[in-house]
Design a protein around this ligand. Structure first.
Ligand code: GLU
Length: 384
């Protein structure tokens, strides 16, 4: 009875493993989880207080479907100052990030269309593309090149069916960031070939070296780009489900049509809290990034000490994507790692064909857990 659309689209690899970990932990298993990309920090107090205030004030009903005017304005101001994207509140749609990606796919892709995206890429891009009836066209990226996509390969992959280029920098699962030059070249290719760009910038604030650049800020790019970001990772707000899409007024109107027919609007009482997150003190956000960097360095050192593993030092996000020296398929390896070593990681193959031979570690967890988990992985690799 399941639709043809859904048949063959697997459940999210990241969310499934996290569900399994919760189930095993509830049964008392001692699991170290490097599976979910979710900061272990508590959302900063000022944001929680703003949410409580909005609940106390009875701000518990629908908001306009595109979001409160205050939040749309705050996001536009942030996009201008941080991302150099010239926009106003009318260019902002408040919505959970993942929903923004899903709606963008439904709004712009038709059956037969092709979407160019880096390989490996986050698990839900391919699913959203396929659910819209379109096809992913993966561009392999290389470990030795920090998994940065090569614009020449993008240009070569374009066919008359290509509709969109999907970018994600800093990248989930590799932590790689795209340098200015690469983004500039991709922008030129998009303009020359009249393509749309979906740019997922959810890790934009978690950068340890280099700088974040938004492709929507490049010449002639604003009208063809949907920029997606949000609060989940930057302010440890994964459970709040709040983010945004930035695009031309027309594109926002089209995507908002889908919002009116799906969730109506984002949760009301989180929106004043989101304004506080964006406009309030940023000290805790900065402290979290410093902490992630310490954890990254610790995890890289420990992984480099494990025989059979190699890893590069990513410049952003909170993921490591080690490659392992064995012919075992990554999903088999990860299942065995969970069963034998009680450590949960995500198989590289969940992120696309080039992810085979790798697994993803989310190091958004305590140093103690990183030490313990990697010491278990060390033993596991010895026994492999
Ligand atoms: N984006 C995070 C991850 O990759 C959260 C789970 C998900 O949405 O896939 O782990």
């Amino acid at each position: 009875m399941v639709s043809k659309r859904l048949k063959g689209v697997p459940a999210s690899g990241t969310v499934s493993i996290s569900n399994l970990v919760s189930h095993l932990k509830a049964q008392g298993a001692d699991i170290v989880s490097f599976s979910m990309g979710e900061p272990d920090f508590v959302t900063p107090d000022n944001i929680i207080e703003a949410c409580k205030d909005s609940l106390d004030a009875g701000f518990t009903h629908y908001t306009p479907s595109a979001g409160t005017p205050e939040l749309r304005k705050a996001v536009a101001a942030k996009a201008f100052s941080d991302n150099k994207i010239h926009c106003t509140a009318q260019n902002v749609l408040i919505t959970p990030c993942k929903h923004a990606i899903f709606m963008t796919a439904l709004a712009y892709l038709d059956p037969g269309d092709e979407v160019i995206l880096p390989d490996p890429s986050w698990v839900s891009y391919e699913a959203c593309i396929r659910l819209a009836g379109a096809k992913p066209r993966y561009i392999p990226t290389k470990f030795d090149e920090g998994f940065v996509i090569d614009p020449e390969l993008i240009a070569k992959a374009i066919t008359p069916k290509t509709k969109m280029i999907l970018l994600n920098s800093p990248s989930n699962p590799t932590g790689g960031i795209m340098p200015y030059k690469v983004i500039r070249e991709i922008a030129k290719i998009a303009v020359e070939n009249d393509l749309m760009v979906l740019s997922d910038e959810i890790y934009e604030s978690i950068i340890y070296a280099g700088k974040h650049f938004s492709i929507a800020a490049m010449p002639d790019m604003f009208d063809r780009t949907i920029t997606i970001s949000g609060l989940s990772k930057t302010y440890a707000m994964t459970g709040w489900r709040i983010g945004w899409a930035i695009a031309s007024e027309n594109n926002i109107k089209e995507i908002n049509k889908l919002q009116t027919h799906s969730i109506s609007c984002c949760v009301s009482f989180t929106q004043p809290a989101a304004v506080e997150a964006i406009t309030g003190p940023q000290t805790e956000k900065e402290a979290m990034v410093r902490e992630f960097k310490k954890r990254r360095n610790l995890a890289v050192d420990l992984i480099r000490d494990i025989k059979g593993l190699d890893v590069n030092v990513p410049k952003g996000a909170f993921y490591l994507f080690p490659k392992y020296d064995s012919k075992v398929k990554s999903d088999v390896l990860c299942t065995k790692m969970l069963e034998d070593a009680h450590v949960a990681v995500t198989p590289g193959s969940a992120f696309g064909p080039s992810g085979e031979g790798f697994f993803r570690i989310s190091y958004a967890t305590s140093e103690d857990q990183i030490q313990e988990g990697l010491s278990r992985i060390k033993q596991f690799m010895l026994n492999l």
